[in-house]
Design a protein. Structure first.
Ligand code: GLU
Length: 214
C-alpha cells in the first residue's frame, strides 16, 4: 500500500535521517489505517509529499491515501475526499525567542516577513487576513531554518506542527509560540474522490480507533 506523508514534522510525520525510522502521530495513524485494511504496516511504501502537491498525488493515484496534517476544506473536496477529522488544531505563530514585537496574528505589520508552506491553508490565511509579507517553501522545516537564521520574522502553520519543532533540542531557547490559535484546522485522511469504499473503510477505522480509546 502506498501512503503519502510528511517527513520533516517532528512528532507528527518525521523520518529520522540517522536511524531511518518514521515516527509521529500521523505516521501512527497511517500504520493503524493500513492494519485495519488488512495490510502489514511493515509493508507500507511511504512517500513524502509536500503540502502543495497532495491533491495531485491523490488524483493521479500515486498514493492510496495521505496522512500529513491535511486540513479538510471545501476547495480540496472538489478534487479529493477526506475521512475524518482525526485531529483538530488551529493556526499559530512561531517567532524567535527575543522577538517581543510579534505577539499574535493581529500584531503583524507590513514590515514582518511570515514564512509558511506553498499550498497550505496557513499561507493563504496570512495573505487574506494580515498586511504581512510572506515567504513560501515546500516544507515547514525550511521556514524554521530561516527563522533561526533571522531571515524571516515568523513561521505560521498548525500550532501542533510548530510545537513539534519548538520541542526539538536544537531549537531550545531559540524559538517560541505566541498568541492564540486563529483558525480551526480539521485534519483528515485524504483519499481519491471516487473511491467511496476506501473512504468508508478509513472512516470506520478512525471511528473504531477513537471509540475503543486506542
Ligand atoms: N493543515 C494545514 C493545511 O493542510 C497546514 C499544514 C500543512 O500544510 O500540512 O494546509
Amino acid at each position: 500500500i502506498k501512503v503519502g506523508v510528511k517527513e520533516d514534522q517532528p512528532g507528527l510525520g518525521y523520518l529520522d535521517p540517522v536511524t531511518g525510522d518514521r515516527t509521529g502521530f500521523d505516521v501512527d495513524i497511517a500504520r493503524w489505517m493500513a492494519a485495519s485494511l488488512g495490510v502489514d504496516p511493515e509493508k507500507i511504501e511511504f512517500q513524502a509529499i509536500a503540502s502543495a502537491n497532495r491533491e495531485q498525488a491523490i488524483v493521479n493515484g500515486d498514493i492510496d491515501y495521505y496522512v500529513g496534517t491535511y486540513s479538510i476544506t471545501d476547495k480540496r473536496k472538489e478534487q479529493i475526499s477526506f475521512a475524518g477529522p482525526y485531529f483538530v488544531t488551529g493556526q499559530g505563530l512561531m517567532v524567535a525567542s527575543g522577538n517581543d514585537k510579534i505577539t499574535g496574528k493581529d500584531s503583524l505589520t507590513a514590515e514582518d516577513i511570515v514564512c509558511s508552506a506553498t499550498g497550505s491553508t496557513s499561507i493563504q490565511r496570512i495573505k487574506d487576513e494580515t498586511p504581512a509579507q510572506t515567504k513560501e517553501y515546500d516544507t515547514y522545516s525550511n521556514c524554521v531554518e530561516e527563522l533561526v537564521n533571522g531571515t524571516v520574522d515568523a513561521v505560521t502553520t498548525d500550532d501542533v506542527i510548530l510545537a513539534g519543532f519548538a520541542a526539538q533540542p536544537q531549537f531550545s531557547g531559540k524559538v517560541k509560540l505566541v498568541g492564540n490559535p486563529f483558525s480551526q484546522e480539521n485534519l483528515g485522511v485524504g483519499v481519491q474522490k471516487d473511491n467511496e469504499q476506501l473512504c468508508n473503510q478509513v472512516t470506520d477505522a478512525l471511528k473504531q480507533m477513537i471509540d475503543s480509546g486506542a
